[in-house]
Design a binder for this molecule. Structure first.
Ligand SMILES: Cc1cc2nc3c(=O)[nH]c(=O)nc-3n(C[C@H](O)[C@H](O)[C@H](O)COP(=O)(O)OP(=O)(O)OC[C@H]3O[C@@H](n4cnc5c(N)ncnc54)[C@H](O)[C@@H]3O)c2cc1C
Length: 370
């Protein structure tokens, strides 16, 4: 438990990173206050929940960060489940990436981490896969977590159990600083009242909206539309990850279908006929029979993207204001390592050499010399 008269550390944004950080810091005895404009707009409730550094074909330091986070997921989830007494729906189901040609398969960035599948083996893993896919890669190490229905709720509950304080419907409208030292934030509540909250430390976790309160951050939204289909249980055992389309089978037969990637849409809310028909065509190109099953729900959200598609981690240019944002399409995967590295740094717990190296690779100022 934190010292009682200590000002709480502020978490700006109560989405996936905000909750993951609040939980990790509360575990370490910090007093934490989460300021959240709107929980339901968080990409944490939108994502498909794939844990897919290999299937996504990540490269370089981002692949490295993803692989380390994947290794840490089981323990991370265990601690959330222990504190919340809820399941997070972690499933080590493996992901199949199908290809039309040998060349596409062998030049896939993560080729060496997968098991090559011939057409018959591919069909065995993904029954009903359409004829155009001639071979595939199976990444057994990749998996999924049921972020939308379980993980986010479990994180909220775990935080509350550990004494984290929440202010929902509160928008941070300004960061207050004095000579590059963080002093607190100006907030607007749902009644339009403006207040100042003082604090010496905060973590900025505003996802795709981060630039609205910290203008120099190179973050922009990439809209994604999704839908879900109810299949019979075990209709698919693996996730299928095709170009621009993926099918994520949950334990109860619900199939999450994603996702469009719309860089020009800005923060345009809502579904579009073009986006939804793209998903429909994508399903047709993978497993046509799945389109015959009942469609259940459609939704959208905004990925927080940066110019190199890697996150911004560590201390910002304002002393005392940490960054945990910009995780683009891999935030669910990267939540475990992000919350661990930042919480350790805040609590002055030494990082090992590998962690230090990774942390430096994702500093906010890496774009400044380009
Ligand atoms: C369609 C789609 C599919 C995805 N699929 C996957 C996947 O399969 N696997 C994977 O690893 N990742 C996936 N992601 C990415 C993942 O969801 C994000 O990277 C992750 O949720 C980012 O977390 P965050 O906390 O930074 O942002 P969010 O979860 O979006 O949370 C940000 C929060 O900040 C709040 N906020 C914003 N501005 C303010 C303010 N001024 N004051 C107070 N609060 C504020 C918002 O209300 C919001 O609740 C997907 C994303 C999308 C959109």
């Amino acid at each position: 438990m934190g010292v009682l008269n200590e000002k709480p550390l502020l978490i700006l944004g109560g989405g996936l990173m905000g909750l993951a950080l609040a939980h990790e810091l509360a575990k370490k005895g910090k007093r934490v206050e989460v300021l959240s404009r709107s929980r339901h707009e968080a990409a944490g409730f939108v994502a498909a929940g794939m844990l897919a550094p290999h299937a996504e074909g990540l490269k370089g330091s981002l692949l490295n960060l993803g692989q380390i986070s994947l290794q840490r997921q089981p323990n991370w989830v265990k601690s959330i489940e222990a504190n919340s007494k809820m399941s997070c729906g972690l499933k080590n189901c493996g992901i199949v990436v199908p290809f039309e040609t040998q060349e596409e398969c062998e030049t896939y960035p993560t080729y060496k981490f997968g098991k090559k599948l011939k057409r018959e083996e591919l069909l065995n893993e993904v029954p009903g896969l359409s004829k155009k896919w001639k071979l595939g890669l199976l990444f057994k190490q990749d998996g999924q977590i049921d972020n939308r229905r379980l993980l986010m709720r479990a994180l909220e509950k775990a935080c509350v159990e550990l004494g984290v304080h929440f202010q929902e419907g509160v928008e941070v409208i300004e960061i207050i600083q004095d000579s590059k030292k963080f002093k607190g934030v100006k907030v607007k509540d749902i009644n339009g009242n403006i207040n100042h909250l003082q604090s010496e430390e905060a973590v900025l976790c505003c996802g795709a909206w981060s630039k609205q309160i910290f203008k120099s951050l190179p973050i922009f939204p990439v809209k994604g539309q999704m839908l879900s289909i109810q299949g019979p249980k075990q209709i698919l055992k693996r996730i299928v990850f095709g170009p621009g389309i993926y099918l994520v089978p949950r334990e109860d037969g619900l199939i999450i279908v994603g996702a469009t990637s719309e860089r020009e849409a800005g923060f345009d809310n809502g579904l579009t006929p073009k986006g939804q028909s793209e998903l429909q065509k994508g399903i047709q190109s993978l497993i046509p029979q799945i389109n015959q099953l009942p469609h259940m729900e459609r939704w959208w959200g905004f990925r927080p993207c940066t110019p190199d598609e890697g996150p911004l981690l560590g201390m910002s240019s304002i002393n005392g204001l940490w960054l945990a944002t910009g995780h683009h399409r891999n935030g669910v995967l990267l939540a475990a390592i992000t919350s661990e590295l930042i919480a350790k740094s805040i609590c002055s717990i030494p990082l090992n050499d590998e962690e230090k190296k990774l942390f430096t690779k994702f500093r906010w100022d890496r774009f400044e010399n380009h």
